[in-house]
Design a protein around this ligand. Structure first.
Ligand code: ADE
Length: 219
């Protein structure tokens, strides 16, 4: 699996790629991450990736041309590549989308910035418009990290736990349940907070039922 990230802030990814499990997965060649500076595909001396909007109004709009050139150059081609534009107007990202993306050979992520991106990118260049939640961020870089992480952990050996693989099966939900570790009793703001007794019982059936009851099903 290869991720290509197109951004005007490539250095935002430096420490993330160095410190995280994603970095380790790259070292182990389980995934490949290429961060591209969009300004490499601009053709004016100022390397402008944005311009004023037609029709007036405030702010700047990211130009479609450098994005189009960048995609044309980095795309491996064929049906195995998926081009994603991050925008708050996109379809909501979820676990099902993550497993869908995990089946591609290449995910190209366009990180929008400024007040918007020329709509021709959303309509004619990207295969999908994705939002990570109903709020507006300052750009697509954090969404790109979120999607890359959710997809990568579904790739065998990235998190080193084969049981995660069942999450990849389409439409299959799984339970995220509360976890505890030592100590059994912890004083917080003057109150003794204990680990739920059932978890110390050794009764695996009861523990399973408790986890199902307390957990949240992720679809
Ligand atoms: N860009 C700005 N806000 C965003 C969001 N919520 N999801 C994806 N991309 C964005």
């Amino acid at each position: 699996m290869r991720f290509d990230i197109i951004t005007i802030f490539p250095s935002l990814f430096d420490s993330y790629l160095k410190e995280s499990l994603i970095g380790k997965a790259c070292d182990k060649k389980l995934i490949e991450v290429k961060v591209h500076d969009l300004r490499n595909w601009t053709d004016d001396p100022h390397k402008s990736a944005d311009d004023t909007p037609f029709g007036g109004g405030g702010g700047m709009v990211m130009k479609a041309e450098p994005i189009y050139k960048a995609i044309s150059e980095v795309k491996l081609g064929g049906k195995k590549s998926r081009v994603i534009l991050f925008t708050p107007r996109g379809k909501r990202f979820n676990q099902k989308k993550a497993s869908e993306f995990a089946d591609y050979r290449q995910i190209i992520m366009i990180c929008g910035r400024y007040e918007g991106v020329d709509e021709r990118v959303a309509k004619f260049i990207a295969d999908e418009n994705i939002s990570i939640g109903n709020y507006v961020l300052m750009g697509g870089e954090l969404p790109a990290m979120a999607v890359m992480e959710a997809v990568s952990r579904l790739i065998p050996q990235v998190v080193g736990k084969e049981s995660f693989l069942k999450e990849r099966k389409k439409g299959e939900s799984f339970i995220e349940y509360p976890q505890y570790t030592r100590p059994e009793v912890l004083e917080i703001n003057g109150e003794k907070r204990r680990v739920p007794r059932v978890l110390l019982s050794g009764n695996h059936q009861k523990i399973k039922e408790w986890r199902k009851r307390k957990g949240k099903s992720i679809k």
